[in-house]
Every structure is written in C-alpha cells, then in structure tokens.
Design a protein around this ligand. Sequence first.
Ligand SMILES: CN1c2c(nc(N)[nH]c2=O)NC[C@@H]1CNc1ccc(C(=O)N[C@@H](CCC(=O)N[C@@H](CCC(=O)N[C@@H](CCC(=O)O)C(=O)O)C(=O)O)C(=O)O)cc1
Ligand SMILES: N[C@@H](CCS)C(=O)O
Ligand SMILES: [Zn+2]
Length: 763
Amino acid sequence: MVTVHNLGYPRIGAARELKFVLEKYWRGDAHEQQLQGVASELRQQHWTHQQACDWVPVGDFSLYDQVLDASVMLGNLPARFAHLPPTELATYFAVARGVQGDEAASACGHHGGDAAEMTKWFDTNYHYLVPEVSADTQFSLNSERLLTQLAEAHRLGVRAKPVILGPLTYLWLAKAKDGSDPLALLDRLLPAYQTLLSQLADAGADWVQIDEPILVTELDHNWQHAFSRAYHGLQQRGIRLLLATYFGPLRDNLQLACQLPVAGIHLDAVRGRDDVPRLADWLGDHKVLSLGVVDGRNIWRTDLNATLDWLAPIAEKFSQRLWLAPSCSLLHVPVDADVETDMDREIQGWLAFARQKLAELTLLRHALNHGRDSVAGQLAANASAIRARRESRRVTVAAVQKHFAQVDGSWGQRASAYPQRSEKQAAILALPPFPTTTIGSFPQTADIRKVRKQYKSGALSEQNYRAAMAAAIAEAVSIQEQLGLDVLVHGEAERNDMVEYFGEQLEGFVFSRCGWVQSYGSRCVKPPIIYGDIQRPYPMTVDWIKYAQSLTSKPMKGMLTGPVTMLNWSFVRDDQPRSLTCQQLALAIRAEVQDLERAGIGIIQIDEAALREGLPLRRSEWQGYLNWAVEAFRVAANGVADETQIHTHMCYSEFNDIIGAIAHMDADVITIETSRSHMELLDVFRDFHYPNQIGPGVYDIHSPAIPSAEQMVALITRAAQTIPAERLWVNPDCGLKTRRWEEVLPALRHMVNAAQTLREKAG
Ligand SMILES: CN1c2c(nc(N)[nH]c2=O)NC[C@@H]1CNc1ccc(C(=O)N[C@@H](CCC(=O)N[C@@H](CCC(=O)N[C@@H](CCC(=O)O)C(=O)O)C(=O)O)C(=O)O)cc1
Ligand SMILES: N[C@@H](CCS)C(=O)O
Ligand SMILES: [Zn+2]
C-alpha cells in the first residue's frame, strides 16, 4: 500500500488572512491573542485541506519565516537581541523586522535593532531570515512552539509528521560575521537536535521530516563528512527520520544520502527523476522511498497516467515503502485553483494549486493501491485536460514563431562599443557629475492600492482610474523636480507589481485573482502564469512615460522589467525550455524599448532584479544559464541607437561569481544594492575592470532609517576610491514602493545634498 504525505503547506491563507492580521498586529490594531487565534484557525483549516494525506506536516506553519523559527528553537538569535526574552513574540518580530527609532534606543541601544538579513530561499522567490553565528555561538533548545503545534494537531486527530530544518542546512544558511566557519558549530548544535527528537518521541511523534535541501547542491568533502557524522548522532529510539531533499537531483550526494542512518529519503522526482533508478537500487531493504512526483514549484496539472506508467514498477518493488508527495513544500504555490472562476475556463482546467496537487496525489495512491480501473473516470478526466493543453491552438502562435525565426546574433549587439556610446549620450544628456536618480517606484500608498482595487472590482471607471494614476505620476514628478533630482522616474503608481503589470498586458499570460504566494513575512506576490507563446499586442508603458516626460524638462527614465526577471518571477510553461520562453519575453520587451525610444525617451531602465536568483543550484550549470539569460537581456536592450542610454538594476549584493556575465550585459549604467555592504561590493567591479557606469546604492531602502547626507557622502567617497568618479551615479539601493513618503522625502533630500557636496568638493 502506497502512502501519501505532504512536505509543507502555504501558510499565508487562501484569502491572505495571515498577512492582514499580521499587519494589523504590527500597526497595534490587533492583540497577540487575535493574531495567535487567526494562526491557529489557519493551521486547522490547512490540516483539514490535507486530511486525505496519510501524514500531514506540522511545524511548517510560521508567523513570519521557518528559518527564523528554527533560530528561535535553537536559541540562536542575533547578539544584538540577546537582552530580549528569546521566545516572546515581540522579540521574534524585532529580529524579523528590526526595532526602530525610540523603540530601538530603549530596547536595543542606538543601532542595535537592525533586522536580520533576508535572502533568497534557494532558487525560489521566497526570502528567509539569515541565521547569524560566530565562533562563540551556543545553542539552547526552545521547542515549545513545535510541541504546542504537535499537541494541537494530535488533539484534532491529525496524523502529524513534525517538520524541522536539518542541522546541516541550518548551518549552511547561517552567516558568520566574524569570518568563522559555521560548520565548526556542528558539535555544539547536535545536542539540541538530539534533545528535540527525544522530546518529539515523548510527545507521540512517529515520523519526523528533517529537511536538508543542501543535498541538492555541490557539497565539498567537509560537508559530506559532516552529514555522516551528524546523522549517526541523531539516531533516536522511537522516532523515524524522513530526510527530505528538494529543488533538484541528489546526483553526487546520492550515495551519501543512501548511507545515512535514516528511515526514509524524500527525493524531488520532478527535477531529479534521473536519480530514481539508482536511489531505488541503493536505498536498502528497509528504508522508505518518498518520491516528489507532483511539482511543488509550478501550477500545471500532473500527467497522472504517465506518472502511473512510470511509478507502477517502483510501487511493485517498494510496496508499502513507497511514499508519494509533492516535489517540495507547497509554500511556493497558491492555495486553490478552483476559486479562480474569473479565469479563462480552458486554461483554468490546466491548473493545479496546492489543494489540487494533494488531490492528484491521493488519486495516484488510489490507482496504485486499488488498480487504475477503480478511478478510471478521474484518470480519463486528467488525460483529457493534459491532452487539451498539449493540443490547444492557443499555446503556439505562428506570428511569434515567425518573429523568433528572424532573430540573429546582431539583435543582441549595440551599434558601437560603450566608449563611443557614452560620449554621444553625455553630449545629449549633459548631466552633472554624480548624477542623481531613483530606481523607479515611489510609495505605493494605501490610496493608490485602494483606487486600483476599486477599478478592478468595477467600482471605478477606467477613465477615473487613469486620472488617479496620472495625478499620482504628476505628484511624483513634481516632488522630484522640487528635490532637484537629475534623472526622473514616473514612480510606477499604475503598477500592481513589476512583473504582474507587464504580464497582464502580454499575450501568452493568464492571471489568477487569488493566486498569492508568500515572498517574505506578510508580503506576497501573485506570479503571472505563462501558458503559451508570448506577444506584445500594444505598447505597455509608452503613454505613461510620455505623459511623465511631458511634465518636465529633465530626462525621464523609461522603466521596464527585463525578460529574465519576468521569467523567474512567473509560473512558466513546462512544455518548452525556459530559455525559449525567455527569448520570447526578450522580443516583447525589445519592442517596448524601441517604442519608448521612438517616443523620445532617451534613458531606458530594464530591471533584472531576478537574474541572479535564476542561477541553477549547482555551479556546474551556471554558465549554461548565464549564456541564454544574458543574451535575452541583450536582445531586449540592444535594439536602440547609441544615443539612447540603457540602464539596468539589480538589487542584490553578490556579483563576485557572475561579474563577467554582468559586464557582458553591456548596459550603459547599472544600479546595484551596496549600502549595507558599505561599498565593499564594488571591489569586484574594480578588479574586473568593469568599464561602464555604476550607481552603487547609497540609501538602504529596506530600512525605515533615513540616512544623512554625510553618510551618503562617505559612501560615495568610498566608492570613488574604487570606481572612477566620472562613472558614478548616486541613487538608492532599490525602488521605494514599500516605504512611506515621510521616510522617502528627507532621504532623497539628503541624497541630492550629498551629490551637491561631492560636486563642490570635486571643484
Ligand atoms: C522586489 N521584489 C519582488 C519580487 N517578486 C515580484 N514579483 N515583485 C517584486 O517586487 N521578489 C523579490 C522582492 C520581494 N519583495 C516584495 C516587496 C513587496 C511586495 C508587496 O508589497 N506585495 C504586496 C502586493 C502587491 C500587489 O500585487 N498589489 C496589488 C494588490 C493590492 C492588494 O492587495 N489590495 C488589497 C486591498 C488594498 C486596499 O483596499 O487598500 C486587496 O486586493 O485586498 C495592487 O497594488 O493592485 C503585498 O501586499 O503583499 C512583494 C514582494
Ligand atoms: N523599478 C523597480 C525595481 C525593483 S527591483 C522598482 O523601483 O520598484
Ligand atoms: Zn530592486
């Protein structure tokens, strides 16, 4: 008998209940009790959604982030919060969001309240809070949260499988500020895990899922050895460990994984299917083989008949030792496709969100345990949905294919090299030294979002909606003129999201109404769905940018999202290589770039905020990705005359390994995140002799703190020691959409003053 289990469930709520109560709580409009009440209701609801599973994850629910939960459980909070009670909610949110202003002064000392660093969870658009460690770190177990949730689940009759982050992955995710090696802390960490497992056994847990996704990355000998050592130390009477790996194949770590003394192994059989024969051979006679056969990273229905054909011999061999699951936690997909009644019916029929994915798994279980005939009707319905998608005439568009066939190497090439282009651009733009600009978005105020909601629900006419957006743009332009910025932006008021906005206007995309996916904390994104060939039926931004330009004599930057970021932040069709879909996106963006140029816009920014996160988890595969990703950017950007200045923006701070690819993008100007690293990041640009212009961020937009002009002068002075001053721009780290005007106005005023000071100093 095959078993079905789940690795993790979306926790934000189908109607984003958790987001709304969290934000209420943070505003002081809800008590802790109310927050915990909603959280508990959500857990119950989610367990109900999963009740058909034989094992249901418990402990995957988090009020903010599962890695922060692990840090709290292991008693490892950043030292600057050490004086706060470690298990209190106020401490938890202080680490997640920082403690500001007066609160910081009283609670944490002058600058002690900075939030923990946030970064991408593997190759997803989810962000976790980075554990901070040092050579002195000590761990002490606080398992109350997990044990309470386990008791709650048991009370409700849930067949609970506690989920914990494994010790190696925890240390791998951690950053040591003192330069020490986090792996050296393993011996200090393991006793906490041993005690935890024994407590879980006492609390009646049978299986424990222990997540070690780093097993799908290239691990050196030290880490591989540490796995053996750790797991030999974690054997515990009365508890069976299911070692969960996901986001890729095990490959060179497969043998290691098979040799670990655990009771079962979960493999992502969507991305790691080629591993299955070896895993099945090497696993041994007693271990459970859990196969993630339903894609937890995408929203397409699974081809159940093909999956059954493939699974049948494995089920025969493993019998009750075969478990089925999604490939990874369902955190990365929305909750329910059935509520998407506004969506094109045909395409809705091709989709499976979290609830539908679990239903697919139980159907597979039924077919394997009781024969396919017992679910013949449902399997036939699945087959017809799969066939409908495969044969749909809406997926392939002849005009796109024809356009695509015309692309040759010249499309990615500017007419002249950077030195010639920059002279021409400088002559036209006549910008001062240290030109100031911003990254694109201005605060998305509650008013702006409310107006959009009214428009989308039909309560506001298109004319009135556009008038409201025009007013917001005009205000943003006027504010920038008053501030004295050199290159202006329109502020992106009309955009719900930098990816969704463009997807909504392109053919080949569909949109969900409620398909929210958590990005971090209470923040969510609604990734567009790419189902077919992509075309741009009409210009997407030209009217707004032209309007903004008409309000000022200063240069107005056109503002676009690049093809690689569009791809990486969407749910992408799985019937052709991602590189091909990316090229189609590139052609659509290229057409927009050329239309902006024709409309007289002389500076165009193409954001590639997600270029780096698309890097495969294994380094050996990086170059292949970078080749097509950079070429897609070049095709999008380089169809313009030398006089048009192309900017790109990347809001992350790790360029060391990809600087060659960044240089090959050949944008005239790149704006990057640097303020937190105090410009250290620029060393790599210097060492590489990066030739083009750079705008290193001088204002950390993730913090509500308002940097002074002096701080910004110091940062740019530091930057000028690394990069020639004539190639430096002055700008924030990223867009300002999540900030409030009260923070943005003084910060930008200081930024303009800082540039002025630098110009005076330079004489
Ligand atoms: C730069 N980042 C982005 C990533 N991915 C993207 N796709 N986009 C990004 O910008 N990944 C990396 C980072 C992640 N960072 C963020 C930052 C901020 C958010 C965020 O603020 N998300 C919003 C939702 C944004 C949105 O789509 N808004 C819509 C709908 C607004 C809405 O919810 N309206 C309410 C009613 C509001 C009212 O009445 O006042 C409703 O419909 O009920 C819009 O503006 O129209 C969030 O709130 O979570 C995400 C990732
Ligand atoms: N232009 C976008 C980039 C974010 S990465 C913004 O300013 O919000
Ligand atoms: Zn950014």
